[in-house]
Write a protein that binds this ligand. Structure first.
Ligand SMILES: *Cc1c(COP(=O)(O)O)cnc(C)c1O
Length: 386
């Protein structure tokens, strides 16, 4: 690509059509996809019901701005909050959702401090990037938003840093970009309790873990947490840009008319897609994903954990990380897997990250794991260049 900034190192493959959990590229090859467009197309490609619902809205109206009533937006918000005493703000991406969450927390509490965690990722705009702990993506972009500090993830010592002068604590229940690092359930509970005891709001970033990825609508449900604010994006509309902030209804007075906004946020096309996604994530569907996810994790452990180049296998539901030894780069494995027809991701700490569409069959999940096993056993590879 010649006319776009080289902010991404791209693989020399151009997917042009998809079906279910498979992508076909302009090179004529069909790939099994374990990326979901980085945790986005969770319900697969050309999902028939979603296609029909989005087509229908494309023919009706695309955008009306937030100056007018938008019943579709309210329906999606209702599907997200259910019977809980919560309300929703819509935006267009994960970073915007976290940006809005930080703004809301500061306004609600009248305090400024935000405590984030080591190895966390919350996005690329200033507020979210300031709460992200990854030197590689922050270099040269400072100064950052003031009053954002960090505590060690999964460590007892972090609890002492949750003090009443903070507006909020922001965390991922499973750190995705950080290498699929699972939060310790007891530690997460302790963080939640300390927040409640100190009057500090708890923001849970479910941008990657939400929308069924881990076997429940939100991952925090499996850890029995009670966040004040939840942020969503990625899979919420299966590929149409959207983000959302879910917060307590009591915060409504601090998000009153004119306080915050977004031209595109809650756009009709995105809402039609999000409504379709939420309609498919029924309790029965989620139960199936949970069972399929357990099988997937067991299959990964059984086949990969003991291989010489594997340090550890981690994950929950259909989200997994395979940490490799220094001898083998995860990016090299990704490219080798492309040659045998499987698309995968990397994450920090030399992790091979897997985010297959939730609609992937157990047989296809197993097939992907077999390919990974095969490729991990084939090293050393001939030199690979992009
Ligand atoms: C991807 C991601 C974001 C950023 O989302 P964008 O839509 O790229 O802005 C934020 N938080 C987490 C946990 C993510 O995985």
């Amino acid at each position: 690509m010649k006319y776009t900034y080289p902010t991404y190192q791209r693989y020399q493959i151009e997917p042009s059509t998809g079906q279910g959990s498979q992508l076909t590229a302009t090179n004529g090859k069909t790939y099994l996809d374990f990326t979901s467009g980085i945790g986005v197309c969770n319900l697969g490609y050309k999902n028939p019901a979603l296609l029909a619902q989005v087509h229908d809205q494309v023919d009706k109206l695309w955008h009306i701005s937030n100056l007018y009533e938008n019943d579709l937006q309210d329906q999606v918000a209702h599907l997200l909050v259910g019977a809980a005493d919560k309300q929703v703000f819509f935006c267009n991406s994960g970073t915007e959702a976290n940006e809005a969450a930080i703004k809301l927390a500061r306004r609600v509490t009248g305090k400024a401090g935000i405590l984030a965690f080591t190895n966390g990722f919350h996005g690329r705009t200033y507020g979210s990037l300031s709460a992200t702990d990854n030197a590689a993506i922050k270099t040269g972009f400072g100064p950052f938003v003031p009053d954002i500090s960090f505590a060690p993830y999964n460590e007892q010592a972090a609890l002492a840093q949750i003090t009443p002068d903070l507006a909020a604590v922001i965390l991922e229940v499973i750190q995705g970009e950080g290498g699929v690092v699972l939060g310790d359930p007891a530690w997460l509970q302790a963080v939640n309790q300390k927040c409640q005891a100190t009057g500090v709001l708890l923001i849970i970033d479910e941008v990657q873990t939400g929308m069924g990825r881990t076997g429940s609508l939100f991952a925090y449900e499996q850890f029995n947490l009670d966040p004040d604010i939840v942020t969503l994006a990625k899979a919420l509309a299966n590929g149409i840009p959207v983000g959302a902030v879910i917060g307590r209804k009591a915060f409504a007075k601090d998000f009153g008319p004119g306080s915050h906004g977004s031209t595109f946020g809650g756009n009709l096309i995105a809402m039609a897609a999000a409504k379709g996604v939420l309609q498919q994530l029924t309790p029965d569907f989620l139960k199936d994903i949970k069972a399929k996810g357990q099988e997937f994790q067991q299959d990964l452990q059984a086949n990969l954990a003991a291989l010489p180049n594997v340090v550890a296998v981690s994950g929950l539901g259909l989200m997994a990380g395979i940490q490799l030894t220094d001898k083998l780069s995860a990016d090299q494995v990704v490219q080798q897997l492309q040659k045998v027809g499987l698309l995968t991701l990397t994450a920090k700490h030399n992790v091979l990250r897997l985010l297959p569409p939730l609609v992937t069959t157990t047989a296809a999940l197993h097939q992907g794991i077999s390919l990974i096993k095969q490729v991990l056993q084939e090293v050393p590879y001939e030199s690979i260049s992009r």
